[in-house]
Design a protein. Sequence first.
Length: 76
Amino acid sequence: MGYYVGAIYINYGFTVGIALTGYFLLNAYTNITLNGQLVLWIPFCVLFPLLFFRHSKSLWLSFDTLFNPPKEGGSP
C-alpha cells in the first residue's frame, strides 16, 4: 500500500505544479478569462493524473530504491 500512496503524492504534486504554473503563465501573458482558464485546467486536472499515474509510481519506486537500497545477499 505504501507504494501507491507515494505515487499518489508524486502524481498530485506534478498535477498541481503544472496546473498552477500554467494558470499563472496564461494569466500573465494572455487575456483568457477565469472561466476560460477553468474550462482548460479542470479537464487537465482530471485527465493528467490518470495518464501520469504509471510514471509517478515508477518515479516513487526509483526514489525508494535510491534512498533505501535493497540489502545485499538476499531478499528484503
